[in-house]
Design a protein around this ligand. Sequence first.
Ligand code: SF4
Ligand code: SF4
Length: 326
Amino acid sequence: MKIISDDRLGPFFDSLAQTWELRLPILLPDGSRVISSPGDAPPALLGGAVLSKPTAAFFPQQGTIFTTSKEGLKEPAAPERPLFVLGFTPRDLACLRFIDRFFADGRSDDIYFRQRQHAVVAGLSGYCGPNGALIPPAGGDCDLEFFRYEGNWLVIPYSEAGRSIIAALPGSVPPEAVALYRQAALTPPDENERLLRRASELLRANRVPDSFWGEIGDRCIACTGCNLSCPTCTCFGVQDWRSAKQVERSRMWDSCQLDGFMREASGHNPLGSEALRTRRRIHHKLAADPEKWGEISCFLCGRCDVVCPTGIGIIAVSRELVARFG
Ligand code: SF4
Ligand code: SF4
């Protein structure tokens, strides 16, 4: 464990940038924060989870699968330098762990792992949440964890790569900082975890009638914000872009709240109503994924509840569902 003060972070990031392609939370001119290349924008490590999908570092909104031309078929080259991505909260890290497993299942997704494979991932926790609120530490699921305390960051390595990156950092860690970290790690589980587990049980026991999804689905305006911000939503569409010289096949995020998501070439649509689409979005995370993967695939990052303009993010829906049926 090492310690680094705010004023030493800049030189630390500069030294990392010699080897790694850096991605950090940065402040955009509109006041929002995203995990991106530092460029000219100031780093913005405080404030909790960034609103945009953090797993986009490895699974971008649009990515080339291949291009084809008279010269033949070409896949994108491997990145010249590995990524160093800082800014995942512990809940985001749980999402990343989940999609790492998802993309490795069966035929491993080479486009995802081209970026992910050699990347170093660093989490953010401690007193760096909104207005300085405590984010309980992850205690793993990453190479390094930056834990905020009193204007400093404790830096805890969990992998060989993490250990070697901070080996040169000076300073011994005061015992009270270690004690604070250990105490924060004992934070009891969020009440919403119990809520989600109960909603999952009710769905899996078929205790939720279709009429409920009719009511909830009526409130969806298909803006796609829930899916496009969710770190564990992995559905994508494929599109070919044609120019005089080549065709580029790329993939881009899709949304199960869109009418055309499952529509077949015949015109038949197995998800032909907002009720069915909304049911699927929630059911997938709370019932289908637990059956396939042994765990709920929502890790309560909170994004879909923040971005949904009509108040039907997963926590809001689970709360209503448990209040009425459970
Ligand atoms: S809270 Fe919403 S956005 Fe976050 S993991 Fe769960 S479903 Fe996805
Ligand atoms: S964010 Fe809300 S309104 Fe938008 S697509 Fe998702 S559920 Fe529908």
